[in-house]
Design a protein around this ligand. Sequence first.
Ligand code: E4P
Length: 218
Amino acid sequence: MKFFIDTANLDEIQEAYDLGVLDGVTTNPSLMAKEGITGKDNILKHYKDICNIVDDNVSAEVISTEYEAMLKEGKELAKIDDKIVVKIPMIKDGVKAIKALTDEGVRTNCTLIFSAGQAILAAKAGASYISPFIGRLDDIGFDGLTLIEQIVQIFDNYEFETEVLAASVRHNMHLIQCAEIGADVVTCPLSVITGLLKHPLTDSGLEKFLADYKKGNK
Ligand code: E4P
């Protein structure tokens, strides 16, 4: 299972990378805006900065919504670094752009997936990753994890090479259940990754081990 961090914050990306468990980064226009990254040149530079931290898999999202423009923007993003995966929204022109970029050897991540049908379309177009948003489905009363289960099953049935990238992950149980289901990748905030470290019995156990060591080694 791959771990991606869902942020455009360089310090958080560095912290997750330093932990030694990070396989990639997902960003989106909202996350870039949150870091105050605006203007084309700054945005492209920021993607390069992210690529300089991690080993691979940096999702950079297009802003265009029309086929030709998406293609042009996708190629421009891909040129930043070999680590870039072009993130394309699940719309009709997006599906066409995924197919064209895939044919040119550019990796893509189809974002804003909320149904199995959308996931199948993106996989058929050749997307490297599809990103179903678990938390946003939960927010409107649907079970996001059921969607992950359905997509994993469908992709297994047909041996699609497209990887299921569970997104909009809000807490540890989302991540653990995605692992149980067999999602290929989970992208989540740093707090979810570091949250996996915590268990009260680990803390109390370590405290006792150290106290006992001190008693015997005065
Ligand atoms: C995925 O690539 C998206 O950036 C992200 O997971 C969306 O998460 P949110 O619903 O918490 O904004």
